[in-house]
Design a protein around this ligand. Structure first.
Ligand code: NAP
Ligand code: GLV
Length: 342
């Protein structure tokens, strides 16, 4: 009896047990079991011969790696952002690129609020004070923060996560303004949000949250010029990608107290932080944990696994970020050969 050959997939990390079982049932699946992050060398050695690559946002897949992966049909990212993948190179080769939208929206929006509240109400400072034995009872002037109610929340990028951040503002009695390349009328109605020009967003926000994807148009879009438009009392929250902001200029603005504070979950350096950020007191730093709840991470892994399995069965994946490009490439393949292209 001939053995069924399953498509070969490798993951750069160990998926949650339930997802691992699902992958093993459907694929010739293996993964980086070292417990360490995958290195470029490791990825380089694995990619040739793979039908599918399951990766995290910490793995960078450039054109060179993609060109060498002659059998690759899908790159499945365990993230909604996909700035770690050279999309143009994948498109040229007709490789599907998938992400994990929606299932992480609530967790990521919650983290934006956790940071906003932590900075506004000086929670980490308070925690450090209590633990270090410096707290000796209530004082009228102890750790005064800034009130949320009645203020203005600005959001740059109102896709799935930006809108979820805006929805959470209602309970805090905040006015919502936003800037985005397209107007979102249902969001405006639901959250009484107002679209404003990019510069106005900086001028008017008391709390400004960034929820914009990183790409060529948004890279380094925010620097000293924009930050200096902000109110001295304003707080900046970035849960999107570090590369949206010129980090040196942000540090300069925070250091000179030109704005009141910041809450950051993401950094230019994806392997750590700019040392000078750690020296700033009015800044709360988290280690890129926007989607880091057990429930969300399992849902993300299932979604990515389903995308892998669908593509390798010859179906279109649910979450392709390059659907139009792959479809139009396929349209150029002569009809009799199309069935051969997964
Ligand atoms: P999304 O639904 O695709 O929303 C992106 C929004 O940005 C859309 O409203 C889009 O406008 C707008 N936009 C404006 N200019 C754009 C441009 N030049 N290119 C692309 N979009 C542009 O994405 P999401 O699910 O909300 O996620 C947003 C980002 O959050 C992700 O890309 C990721 O980088 C980041 N994130 C971080 C964490 C974390 O752990 N900290 C977790 C999840 C996500 P249109 O509606 O007009 O297209
Ligand atoms: C996290 O940063 C994501 O893009 O999913």
């Amino acid at each position: 009896m001939s053995e069924i050959i399953k498509p070969k997939v490798w993951a750069s990390f160990d998926p949650p047990p339930a997802v691992l079982e699902y992958l093993n049932e459907n694929l010739d699946f293996s993964y980086n079991a070292t417990g360490q992050l995958a290195t470029r060398r490791m990825i380089e050695e694995q990619l040739p011969g793979l039908d599918g690559f399951f990766l995290t946002l910490r793995d960078f897949v450039d054109a060179e790696l993609i060109e060498a992966a002659s059998d690759l049909k899908i790159i499945a990212n365990l993230a909604v952002g996909y700035d770690n993948i050279d999309l143009a190179a994948a498109n040229r080769r007709g490789i599907w690129v998938t992400n994990t939208p929606d299932v992480l929206t609530a967790a990521s929006a919650d983290l934006a609020w956790a940071l906003l509240l932590a900075v506004a109400r000086r929670i980490p400072e308070g925690d450090r004070m209590v633990r270090s034995g410096q707290y000796s009872g209530w004082r009228h002037d102890l750790l005064l923060g800034t009130e949320l109610s009645g203020k203005t929340l600005g959001i740059w990028g109102v896709g799935r996560i930006g809108q979820a951040i805006g929805q959470r503002a209602t309970g805090f009695n905040l006015r919502v303004i936003y800037s985005n390349r397209s107007r979102k009328e249902s969001f405006e109605r639901e959250c009484r949000a107002r679209w404003v020009e990019f510069d106005e967003l900086f001028r008017r926000s008391d709390f400004l949250v960034l929820a914009m994807p990183l790409n060529e148009e948004t890279h380094n879009r925010i620097g000293k010029t924009e930050l200096e438009l902000m109110k001295p009392s304003a707080i900046l929250i970035n849960i999107a990608r570090g590369g949206l902001i010129r980090e040196d200029e942000l540090i300069e603005v925070l250091r000179s107290k030109r704005i009141a504070g910041a809450g950051l979950d993401v950094y230019v350096d994806t392997t750590g932080i700019h040392k000078k950020l750690g020296d700033l007191e009015h800044v709360v730093l988290t280690p890129h944990i926007g989607s880091a709840t057990r429930e969300t991470r399992e849902r993300m892994a299932f979604l990515a696994a389903r995308n892998l399995i669908d593509v390798l069965r010859g179906l279109e994946p649910e979450n392709a970020v390059n659907r139009d490009e792959i479809r139009s490439l396929r349209a150029t393949i002569p009809a009799p050969l199309r069935a051969l292209a997964v």
